[in-house]
Design a binder for this molecule. Sequence first.
Ligand code: CTP
Ligand code: CA
Length: 225
Amino acid sequence: HYRDGGHQPLKGKRLLLTAGPTREALDPVRYLSNHSSGKMGFALADQAQRMGAEVTLISGPVSLPTPQGVNRIDVESAEQMLAAVMDNLAGQDVFVGCAAVADYRPVAVAEGKIKKSEAAMTVELVRNPDILATVAQQAKRPFTVGFAAETHNVEQYARDKLARKGLDLIAANDVSQPGQGFNANANALTLYWNEGAKDLGHSDKADQARQLLETIAQRLPADEN
Ligand code: CTP
Ligand code: CA
């Protein structure tokens, strides 16, 4: 679409992305995680690269090939993902938080494999840092984009996150609909920003990614030099 000459709307821009799930260890052989496949984040990395951007993709554990021309950094936990993001944030023009970051992690990681004993056990969890909100709070921050996976009241919750985290744009995903969101090949995003909204329709993740990136390119601040 964009690669062979022609106008590349993200030419010269640097884009940092998170994708996939995180894994929060319980002991050396077990973890808490979620069903994120990483497909949406990897589609964004691929399309952004085609649109001329220099792309760094920080990925949780997924089974997807690295898109051509993309710099990929693999992590497991939310804390590792945050550290990798902060290490790579300087000089970025755009940050897109597409990862399904685990909201909580076990308070302690057992040193050895946990043995079963009682009929029931309780695991105590603590909140993970919010990577997206941390990026948005930086004094010199990139254009910051989040995702919102919701099953109901989609616009209200998405606009809530946009305001609460201080984002420039949010892409909302109604995960109650079959065939979109987690693990699916298609998606139906609605974009929200302070003064507007845009419904991207229903299409494959490459097309959704392209439309989201085109909207980001239009909304980026003009170059200062
Ligand atoms: N996110 C993040 N770090 C976290 C949790 C979420 O960077 N610890 C990012 C996700 O990558 C996504 C956005 O925040 O871009 C929203 O994630 P979501 O799970 O929809 O929202 P939460 O703020 O975690 O709220 P909740 O799960 O309660 O709806
Ligand atoms: Ca969450």
